[in-house]
Write a protein that binds this ligand. Structure first.
Ligand code: BGC
Length: 521
């Protein structure tokens, strides 16, 4: 079992397993629980502390598992409960914690509650667990309000008897009504189900959703109402004050299980509003997405870091840093792709892992995977169709992980064709190709994570900005680590100190452009 330190998560490195794309154990071209279990040695060598596994519950896969038909079972594509228990036991035996996704805001349309709601009449108790409303206009043919779905199109779908139901995401993801007592009671039951099995915590999906303002008023019309961005106080779909009561209920359950935690996916950019989710009786952690949305620019990154630290100041929470996830373009690609994007991604890894608090690594970050442009016919994300084929969606950052070999599927699966096709040319990015190469991205991550575990320089919550050449970032951790990142257009001299790690060769005493270095002052 992992150590019993109850606050283990405060400086942990979590590894996000996007289950469909991590490792395929049964040869159907889709990742699964058995695949994760077989690949635990990679995660142990990498040196992460905990896993977050994306949803593996029964689902029609309209949103690849974020449309949950039964939150207390396993989708056969991914395995069964015994496979989950076996994975959990092996992970714990190796000292790895395991956290799982909780998707409270909505269910699948195939959930038994929604099927019962559709079969029942308007005004029935079956409909009261969701947000069914009559439409506007003389014959009710207009949606009840002007809210758009973040996947495109209206957030309302009409059913044959004329009523409409709310879905902030796809029509196959009806929103639950959190004022209904059974909804929260069921969420608590789901939490206990997984906590009793031994999970170490949850990642809470759309943790700023759930509560809706009473009367469901129109929102301010906005240009971009798309996926997972914060549109501020005029957007009534998210961050309603009532959501905090839901978080207090979630926390009360967690507190019955010492040492377990929850991190919220909270797309709220105002520091003070985000901090409210981190009050002592709410979430232990909230993703801070400011690094993920910042440009490769010293000013932008410094602002991102300062706001993230300001958010947690005055809360019990540490900061929680994310560079990439399954919803956004990968950072190699955001930073320019190719050699430049990869150099910057190496530097960004040292920046992220030097910051005080928690870090989330998305599967493939440690290999330097870029996004992959897929042909139209390969696209699977509901965003593609819902946007009228104007937005390509998130498939590009969800390509399966390459493990070994020279051609697709690079050891991911026993078959060549995978749920999203893997590109030619990824043989140099496989785990096997990088494992013994000191200059690889994988070696950089392993070394950085080893230093995080073993060096006192990387301890302490304090961060002090240091004077730095124009276009560079430099800070000192209270444990003594100095991190310098060169985002300028010229080489800069290396500061004084013992060299711990660099994203590139610094043997001539300078830090090149788009590179980062760790020193002990
Ligand atoms: C998840 C997405 C998902 C959405 C709806 C998000 O925040 O990260 O992948 O599509 O929630 O559940």
């Amino acid at each position: 079992m992992p150590s019993t330190d109850l606050d283990w998560w405060r400086d942990a490195v979590f590894y996000q397993v996007y289950i469909r794309s991590f490792a395929d154990g049964n040869g159907d071209g889709v990742g699964d629980l058995a695949g994760i279990r077989a690949r635990l040695p990679h995660l142990i060598d990498l040196g992460v502390d905990a896993l977050w596994i994306t949803p593996f519950y029964p689902s029609p896969m309209a949103d690849h598992g974020y449309d949950v038909a039964d939150p207390r079972d396993v989708e056969p594509t991914f395995g069964d409960l015994a496979a989950f228990d076996a994975l959990l036991a092996d992970a714990h035996a190796a000292g790895l914690r395991v956290t799982v996704d909780l998707v409270p805001n909505h269910t699948s349309h195939a959930h038994e509650w929604f099927e019962a709601a559709l079969a029942a009449a308007p005004g029935s108790p079956e409909r009261a667990r969701y947000l069914f409303r009559d439409g506007r206009g003389s014959d009710g043919a207009e949606p009840p309000n002007n809210w758009p779905s973040v996947f495109g199109g209206p957030a309302w779908t009409r059913v044959p008897d004329g009523q409409w139901y709310l879905h902030l995401f796809a029509p196959e993801q009806p929103d639950l009504d959190f004022t209904h007592p059974e909804v929260l009671a069921d969420l608590e039951e789901t939490m206990r189900f997984w906590l009793d099995r031994g999970v170490d915590g949850f990642r809470i999906d759309v943790a700023h959703g759930m509560a809706k303002p009473s009367g469901l008023p129109d929102m301010l019309p906005m240009e971009d109402t798309g996926l997972l961005a914060d549109h501020g106080p005029g957007d009534h779909r998210f961050d309603d004050d009532g959501v905090h009561e839901v978080h207090r209920r979630i926390r009360r359950v967690l507190d019955e299980y010492p040492g377990r935690m929850a991190v919220g996916e909270v797309w709220v950019s105002d520091d003070d509003r985000l901090a409210q989710y981190l009050r002592p009786d709410e979430l232990q952690l909230a993703f801070n997405f400011k690094l993920l949305t910042a440009e490769w620019d010293a000013e932008d990154l410094r602002t991102a870091i300062e706001h993230s630290l300001a958010t947690v100041e005055g809360t019990p929470a540490p900061a929680c840093w994310v560079l990439s996830n399954h919803d956004r373009p990968r950072h190699v690609t955001r930073y320019g792709d190719g050699i430049v994007g990869t150099r910057r991604a190496r530097a960004a890894a040292l920046l992220q892992l030097a910051l005080p608090g928690v870090a989330y690594v998305y599967n493939g970050d440690e290999l330097g995977l870029p996004d992959v442009d897929l042909p139209d016919e390969a696209l699977q994300d509901p965003i593609w169709e819902r946007s009228g084929r104007t937005e390509r969606g998130r498939d590009a950052c969800r390509i399966p992980v390459p493990w070994s070999g020279d051609e697709p599927s690079y050891g991911f699966s026993s078959r060549r064709d995978t749920w999203l096709p893997m590109p030619e040319g990824w043989d140099r990015l496989t785990v096997a190709a990088q494992a013994d190469d000191d200059a690889s991205m994988l070696s950089l991550y392993r070394r950085a994570l080893e230093l995080r575990r073993t060096s006192s320089a990387l301890r302490g919550d304090g961060l002090e900005w240091l004077p730095a050449p124009a276009g560079c970032l430099a800070f000192r951790r209270s444990g003594g680590l100095v991190c310098l990142v060169n985002l300028s257009a010229d080489d800069v001299p290396l500061p004084e100190g013992e060299l711990l790690l660099a994203s590139t060769d610094v043997s001539d005493g300078v830090l090149p452009v788009d590179a980062a270095v760790w020193l002990r002052a």
